[in-house]
Ligand binder design. Structure first.
Ligand code: SF4
Length: 367
């Protein structure tokens, strides 16, 4: 059967049929792995919300007025960074998620701040922070938007894993009024190239889809096949996040109807059928509160990074569920919530995927 046949078949499956197929796929795992749902205990270091893009659904961008009078971050101050690191240590986090708007140093304000801190450029700044975090046995996972292959090469040696959402390759999103109309960094070829470059460099990688931003069902399924094709070429994609758009006041994109739960469940199940047990399927649990078990039954086996104290900067109104709360939900249905590192175990051993200094840090971590 070729991809086109698979595509047509998948598109026409009922939710009931998808669920049955997912069950058969999970049953192929060793018995002790079938009921395990993982998460990574993390905290976020948000470096700058200056961003070259202006996505219609984004609350993080410096152009959007902030809730509760929070101010925009040109470049995170040293003191705030130290506070976050100390909190991360106190809460026994293993992962530090480093994020920022895309190419923040394309703005003079950020460039000037970097200069004041004796940094030649933003990537050097991120490299230094990543290296510093390793000294505290914190494993960086960096997602800064589009980077060059040289940037990726430099950061690889200081990061346990890295990420970039594919989001959607639909060109409709670039039309007038589309969510990516003013986002040059969201041009699909650039993002595909970035994900492939990470593969060439053997970087354990996270990517994923953003649902409900103006794409069609066909677009979603095509993008899942695209991720599978890239993974087959490079073998580096450890997890695929499937995230749903959440409406918020103040953002430009205000759809008449937001994506419904059935459509979201369909894509989780479809992703599981496409990726089988090779790539983890992740849902951020703060975005689907109340549907955890339904998602697990559709193939989700990872809740991603859960922070005991920092906000979800993209969806700040969505409080992270407490880890104990999620544990109880899982246990009530005989699932086991298990902590993992930002680099999946199979990539620690996989040839060329885990630099020696990251391995050394992992050896120091007790988890
Ligand atoms: S979603 Fe990301 S890339 Fe888009 S405007 Fe917001 S920070 Fe920038």
């Amino acid at each position: 059967m070729n991809i086109q046949d698979d595509f047509e078949q998948l598109k026409n499956l009922t939710l009931k049929k998808i669920k049955e197929k997912v069950k058969d796929i999970v049953a192929q795992l060793p018995t002790n792995e079938q009921k395990v749902i993982t998460y990574s205990k993390n905290f976020t270091i948000s470096l700058s919300n200056y961003c070259q893009n202006f996505c219609g659904y984004c609350f993080y961008n410096f152009r959007i007025p902030k809730l509760d009078g929070q101010s925009n971050v040109i470049l995170l101050g040293n003191e705030q960074m130290q506070t976050l690191i100390q909190m991360g240590i106190r809460y026994n986090c293993k992962e530090a998620l480093i994020m920022s708007g895309e190419k923040p140093d394309s703005f003079k304000e950020v460039k000037d701040e970097l200069k004041k801190r004796d940094c030649s450029d933003f990537i050097e700044f991120v490299k230094d922070i990543s290296n510093y975090l390793l000294d505290f046995n914190l494993l960086p996972h960096t997602n800064l938007g589009i980077l060059t292959i040289d940037d990726l090469r430099l950061l690889k040696n200081y990061n346990a894993s890295m990420g970039l959402m594919l989001e959607s390759t639909s060109m409709d999103l670039f039309k007038k009024g589309g969510v990516h109309e003013r986002s040059p960094g969201k041009i699909p070829t650039k993002r595909i190239n970035h994900i492939k470059n990470a593969g060439k460099l053997k970087i354990p990688f996270t990517t994923g889809l953003l649902l409900g931003i103006g794409e069609s069902l066909d677009d979603r399924i095509k993008d899942l096949f695209l991720i599978k094709e890239i993974h087959e070429a490079y073998g580096h994609i450890q997890e695929v996040i499937i995230q749903n758009f959440v409406n918020k006041p103040g953002i430009p994109y205000q759809p008449k109807k937001v994506i419904n739960i059935k459509d979201i469940l369909r894509i989780f199940g479809t992703a599981k059928i496409i990726f089988e047990n090779e790539i983890a399927i992740q849902v951020p649990p703060n975005l689907i509160s109340g549907y955890e078990i339904e998602f697990i039954e559709m193939g989700v086996n990872d809740f991603g990074g859960i922070s005991p104290f920092s906000l979800d900067y993209i969806n700040p109104e969505k409080i992270w569920p407490q880890i104990d709360e999620l544990k109880n939900i899982c246990e009530a249905k005989n699932y086991i919530l298990q902590e993992r590192l930002p680099i999946y175990d199979k990539y620690i051993q996989k040839n060329g995927f885990c630099p020696e200094n990251i391995k050394k840090t992992i050896d120091n971590i007790n988890y």
